[in-house]
Ligand binder design. Structure first.
Ligand code: 4UU
Length: 539
């Protein structure tokens, strides 16, 4: 059975995201566009909607005229959340460029993978990351004249990006742009393997913005709303909710460059934050950490939580501390953020809610047959916020899309006929989520097998209920002449730590086994390895 959205369908205009965001709408008509919109939490510095509009329009011309970028060029961006992130994103969209945002905490190898995979023809970053990024760009021949910085200083021959501003504003709608053009290439490992470029179009984002407005009327623009902005702007969740949706709805964002619980509490109190987009481990901090009680967080009226499951126990604990409405949402990079979420009507604890407008969902069992109400299976989606495909990767596209256009998710759930809501129950894809961040087992396995002493391995996620997150755990078979002892485990763990960014560390440790279960074709049987975890957790 095919589930269709129960909320009315909405028309999605075929235009470019830059023009769509800048044209007048029901929100920007009624709000003061010169008041602070993007506010740096720590310094208090702010930029207004109008300033962002004007600067990005001038910069869009600058990218074309002064840097020579044009349609088809991709610009990679690696930076912690900046107050002018929205200006940079909008200006590049206005210049018809594609944006590839990535994690500023990546290792050199991870940066290189993204920069070369998305075929970046320019780069924007912060001065602190230049040494490692220049190693890569010098090697691949990307000139320093194509590397730009946030901030005001020129460093190592790289200019501040705002210095390339043109003298005239680009005019909307952008000539020659269509909704089907690729706006972003974000990185996600999808259902298997290493990080792949997810092509998201202008139309995908426009659909997402309009869907989020319709699915949650309570979130429709209370004049006094202020949203907390610590989710990273390079990840689809922060990118949509804090950059584009907030700009569309003219909701002030209190920007944080990194997550820090006490600073978060201080900022909520100081700016009377009303909306908070969070992930499950943060929900646990807010519910349990003693420091939270020192602050007045009563201004928060709505908390959105997604990116990983949040248990009923944690929801209840959070409600005791913060009496705000909690709505869960489910989304992926590949679906341009939330596709199922609890609107004001939703609210069965533990559910993820209802389908966004214009979206369809189909649930299939292990034999690939569609199942009906209350039966478990893998979710597949179809609709206007589904990605165009993986960039330059026919194999992954063939594995991910069915011939009739459904996208596989690797997530298992059900439609509950009693409540009319969807539930997520399990994940059948390889992916591990550490505090909402993607960890691809294939990447850690490739690093592990690069060690001489490792004969075989398998990495799976171990669920830590106390932190509401999975943590990566490696099962390792050592070479015959190597002792499987604590010293070897430490050596292996230290080696991985040296080669990955912080959130991918093997926090669940290294366990030695005599063999990794495999199918006759040599594929790791992860289900069986996960059974070992379950056995261990029972003890
Ligand atoms: C169980 O994490 C994200 C997107 C999160 C998001 C965005 C907007 C959530 C709510 C919202 O409104 O994207 P990725 O690509 O990093 O990870 C996607 C995967 C999913 O396939 C699923 O396995 O993250 C997991 N996931 C969830 N799992 C996402 N949301 C949930 C959830 N419960 N609510």
């Amino acid at each position: 059975m095919i589930y269709k959205a129960t909320v009315p369908a909405i028309p999605i205009p075929d235009t470019d995201l830059f023009s769509f965001l800048l044209e007048s709408n029901e929100f920007n008509q009624s709000k003061d566009l010169n008041s602070p919109l993007n506010i740096d939490g720590e310094s208090g510095k702010s930029l207004s909607w109008n300033y962002i509009r004007q600067q990005s329009s001038l910069l869009a011309t600058g990218w074309k005229q002064n840097v020579g970028l044009s349609k088809g060029d991709t610009v990679a961006i690696f930076a912690p959340n900046q107050i002018d992130h929205a200006i940079l994103y909008l200006s590049l969209l206005g210049a018809q460029c594609t944006i590839s945002p990535g994690n500023p905490a990546y290792t050199e190898a991870e940066f290189e993978h993204q920069i070369t995979n998305c075929r970046a023809s320019a780069l924007v970053t912060v001065a602190g990351l230049l040494p490692v990024l220049l190693n890569i760009t010098d090697k691949i021949g990307l000139p320093r004249s194509k590397i730009f910085l946030f901030g005001d200083k020129q460093v190592e021959g790289c200019r501040p990006y705002h210095s390339i501003k043109g003298t005239t504003e680009v005019s909307a709608p952008i000539q020659g742009s269509r909704g089907d053009d690729v706006a972003f290439i974000c990185y996600s490992s999808g259902t298997t393997g290493l990080a792949k470029g997810v092509m998201l179009t202008h139309g995908n984002f426009i659909a997402q913005i309009l869907q989020s407005v319709r699915v949650d009327p309570e979130n429709e623009g209370d004049a006094d709303d202020v949203i907390l902005g610590f989710l990273p702007f390079y990840h689809i969740y922060g990118l949509t909710s804090l950059v584009f949706n907030a700009y569309y709805k003219v909701t002030p964002v209190i920007i944080m460059a990194r997550y820090d619980l006490e600073l978060l509490c201080q900022l909520v109190e100081k700016y009377k934050v009303t909306l908070a987009s969070i992930v499950p481990p943060v929900a646990v901090h807010l519910a349990k950490a003693p420091i939270v009680t020192k602050y007045n967080l009563s201004s928060i009226r709505l908390i959105g939580c997604g990116a990983a499951p949040l248990s009923r126990e944690h929801i209840e604990a959070l409600a005791k501390r913060i009496p705000a409405k909690l709505v869960q949402g489910y989304g992926m990079t590949e679906t341009t953020s939330g596709v199922i979420s609890q609107g004001v009507e939703g609210g069965v604890a533990g559910s993820i809610g209802i389908l966004s407008p214009n979206m369809e969902c189909k649930i299939i069992n292990t034999e690939g047959k569609e199942v009906g109400d209350d039966q478990e299976g893998e979710f597949l989606f179809r609709g206007p916020s589904i990605m165009k495909g993986y960039y330059n990767n026919d194999k992954a596209n063939a594995e991910t899309f069915t011939t009739d256009g459904w996208m596989r998710t690797g997530d298992v759930g059900k439609y509950d006929s009693k409540s009319g809501e969807f539930f997520i129950l399990d994940r059948i894809k390889e992916l591990i989520k550490f505090k909402g961040f993607q960890v691809a087992p294939a990447e850690l396995e490739a690093i592990l097998t690069g060690l001489d002493i490792v004969a075989d391995c398998c990495v799976v996620g171990l669920y830590d209920e106390s932190q509401a997150t999975e943590i990566p755990r490696a099962y390792v078979v050592v070479q015959p002449n190597v002792e499987a002892n604590e010293k070897t485990a430490k050596l292996i763990n230290d080696y991985v730590t040296k080669n990955v960014t912080n959130y991918k560390k093997l926090r669940g440790g290294v366990k030695f086994v005599s063999a990794i279960p495999k199918s006759p074709s040599g594929k790791i049987l992860r289900r069986e390895v996960k059974e070992w975890l379950k056995e261990e957790q029972k003890q």
